[in-house]
Design a protein around this ligand. Structure first.
Ligand code: ATP
Ligand code: MG
Length: 668
């Protein structure tokens, strides 16, 4: 038994038994850093190691008796794979396949429902036979035979009913398996240009799954068989048939009225609830600020207001719903009473027997029950339909990710042509016709005032936003035409506000890739000059980082992000103010990292407000109001900026303060 509390200080831990560890490392005697890994957190991969699976982690759901016919077909998680390197990702196709699978299962369920409903008729028939045949003829043999038949029918009915519920449950799992990965992928793609609500579509998928296993769906499925029961009652006596038909029409009217009077309050309630949930999300993200600025009462109040609205509306809707349900239950019971009463009167007149009356009443109860169930579950149905619409819209509107040619490894030549960016819905020109080029291995420093458009340019260079017009080319190929996965592997990016993923430092540097080798991680850390810093942490590379970045400091986070940018030996790296939180030694380490990158022929674009970094760059660009105000060799630009020749390889310490101010520009 291993001691879970023992801190790990090297990358060569014993086979990890720590339950919070993603990776299991194992010595295999092939050298200090050759380790085998297995992935442990992803959903059940059938006990196979990642290597065996080969294609990456898998969501496997137990679909039980349902055969998966076209699991392999289609990309984008059309199968059960999270990500396929190559191959078109067509989320619309995943949706179509998912819907087809549900339809297929529903067809089987419908057949079973049909059988169940027919077999249900066995009980009233039995009753009717006993009272009208057995009791009058006093035949024990008939009774025994009838009982054997009815027991068989009831057992079969129970089995069929269970099977259809099993299938529905597995259909729900099938939906989650087929659409989960495509929905998440599509949400991630859409979130680039969207409102940030795309990830909530995953919740919609859950709603859909819940509906598939709900009693409401069973009621919906049973409703079409009600006419069969009506027919049986008509056969008993047309008068009784008329009673039950009128009752069912009345129930239908109640259902429609119920839908009309509850739709609006339910919609309001859901809207308020999702607002409250969004607020809760933002509270979780800003927990530090909320506590520090003592904003808890306000935060709770905002949440409370939305929740109260939601609850009020829900009460209003549920009140109406309960009233409708009570009314429809009353109608159903009155119908049964009416049938018994009228039946008895008919029996007195000698038109039917007593057994027939009771049997007809039972059948009527059975026919009207699903109608009542449908009324009660109507809101769930509406919610699920809206949820399906959102999932379908997301998947359908996702662009097909075509299979792209796998290009040779880029050299790092960057060409930017007439780059224009006007954010959607605004008329503000953030970037105005930028054009420049960098040769492989060149380093560009981008400077400029706040709001000049530096971050926007950086994001455009790594393809995280698309230009309104113009092109960014890496090795002559437009970013939009690179295979996204290959492009991502060949670039590095440190965003202005660094976020790490919950996991170990090792995983964060390795971009959460299960196939990241220790050599690669170590090489990235060395290239970014952070190995020493990581080594000084008590648990080294195995230090667990929380979602908010603790226990790392802001500067440490930035340096880990730098190593992440250099992971996998990229050919082009964009660093957006990577030294905003760094101390002098961190600054020096960053300068060394850029120097290393230069030696390794990595093209680097570094955005900075601090002049100290400019000593290591080859070229400098000064952005002002979204346009290039100066661009050229370092010395040339610095000379123009400071008005005199700056000594080579020294930072322009003569500049006023630590920031490059607009004043400095005008002096130039
Ligand atoms: N999606 C957007 N919608 C509207 N305006 C935007 C959008 N993105 C950026 N901007 C605007 O573009 C301008 C440039 O922003 P950017 O973040 O690139 O500045 P920056 O040079 O990086 O500033 P800082 O030095 O403060 O980081 C800002 O005025 C900002 O308001
Ligand atoms: Mg910025």
């Amino acid at each position: 038994m291993k001691d879970y509390a023992t801190p790990k200080t090297s990358t060569r831990g014993e086979p990890g038994e720590n339950p919070v560890e993603f990776f299991k490392t194992r010595r295999n005697g092939l050298g200090p850093l050759r380790l085998e890994r297995e992935h442990r957190v992803y959903a059940d991969a059938g006990g196979k190691s990642l290597k065996e699976i080969g294609k990456g982690p898998v969501i496997e759901g137990d679909t039980g008796p349902i055969k998966s016919r076209d699991r392999e077909a289609g990309g984008g998680g059309g199968g059960a794979n999270f990500h396929k390197r190559l191959g078109p990702e067509d989320f619309g196709k995943s949706l179509r396949q998912g819907v087809a699978a549900v339809r297929r299962n529903m067809f089987i369920v419908l057949l079973l429902t049909c059988a169940t409903n027919i077999l249900i008729l066995a009980i009233p028939i039995y009753l009717f036979q006993i009272s009208d045949r057995v009791l009058t003829s006093r035949s024990v043999d008939t009774l025994i035979m009838l009982t054997i038949v009815i027991v068989g029918a009831v057992v079969m009915q129970a089995v069929f009913d269970a099977i259809r519920r099993f299938i529905l449950m597995r259909t729900a799992v099938e939906v989650a398996v087929r659409l989960g990965a495509p929905t998440l992928s599509a949400a991630a793609h859409a979130s680039l240009h969207g409102t940030g609500r795309e990830y909530q579509t995953l919740g919609d998928l859950q709603q859909l799954r819940g509906f598939l296993t709900s009693g409401t769906l069973i009621s919906f499925l049973d409703v079409p068989f009600a006419p069969l029961f009506f027919l049986a009652i008509f056969l008993v006596h047309p008068h009784l048939g008329m009673i039950v038909t009128i009752a069912s029409l009345l129930l239908l009217v109640i259902a429609i009225c119920n839908q009309k009077i509850t739709a609006k309050p339910f919609a309001n309630a859901n809207q308020a609830q999702s607002k409250a949930n969004m607020h809760l999300d933002s509270m979780a993200r800003n927990s530090q600020i909320i506590n520090a600025l003592a904003m808890i009462p306000e935060a709770v109040m905002i949440w409370g207001r939305d929740t109260a609205t939601s609850l009020t509306e829900q009460v209003r809707a549920q009140d109406r719903n309960i009233m409708s349900a009570a009314f429809s239950r009353m109608v159903r019971l009155l119908t049964q009473i009416g049938m018994l009463g009228w039946g008895a009167w008919l029996a007195l007149a000698g038109e039917i027997t007593g057994g027939m009356v009771i049997a007809a009443s039972i059948i009527a109860g059975r026919a009207l029950a699903p109608v009542e169930g449908s009324i009660e579950g109507w809101n769930g149905f509406l919610l699920s339909r809206a949820a399906y619409d959102r999932v379908a819209k997301l998947l359908r509107s996702s662009k097909v990710q075509f299979e792209r040619l796998h290009l040779p490894r880029p050299e790092g030549r960057l060409d930017v042509e007439r780059l224009l960016y006007v954010p959607g819905g605004t008329k503000q020109v953030v970037l105005n016709g930028l054009s420049f080029s960098l040769n492989p291995g060149e380093t560009l420093g981008v400077i400029g005032n706040s709001g000049a458009g530096k971050t926007t340019l950086g994001r455009m260079l790594v393809g995280s936003i698309l230009p309104t017009s113009g092109n960014v080319r890496l090795d002559l190929m437009d970013l939009r035409n690179w295979d996204p996965r290959q492009f991502g592997e060949n670039i590095g990016y440190v965003p202005q506000d660094v976020q790490l993923f919950p996991g170990t430092i090792k995983q964060n540097i390795g971009r959460m890739r299960p196939d990241a080798t220790d050599e690669q991680i170590h090489a990235a850390a060395t290239l970014a000059d952070v190995h020493e810093m990581i080594a000084s942490l008590p648990q080294g590379y195995e230090t667990l980082v929380a979602a908010d970045g603790s226990p790392l400091s802001g500067g440490q986070k930035q340096r880990i992000a730098l190593a992440r940018a250099f992971f996998g030996n990229p050919r082009f790296v964009v660093l957006d103010e990577p030294n905003s939180n760094l101390d002098t030694s961190g600054d020096k380490a960053l300068a060394r990292a850029i120097q290393h990158a230069k030696e390794n022929k990595i093209t680097v674009v570094v955005i900075t407000q601090k002049p100290s970094l400019l000593s290591v760059v080859d070229k400098i660009m000064l952005l002002a109001d979204g346009s290039i105000s100066m661009f050229g060799e370092r010395i040339e630009v610095l000379t123009r900026l400071t008005g005199k020749k700056a000594p080579p390889n020294k930072m322009p310490q003569q500049q006023s303060g630590n920031q490059i101010s607009k004043g400095g520009v005008n002096n130039g």
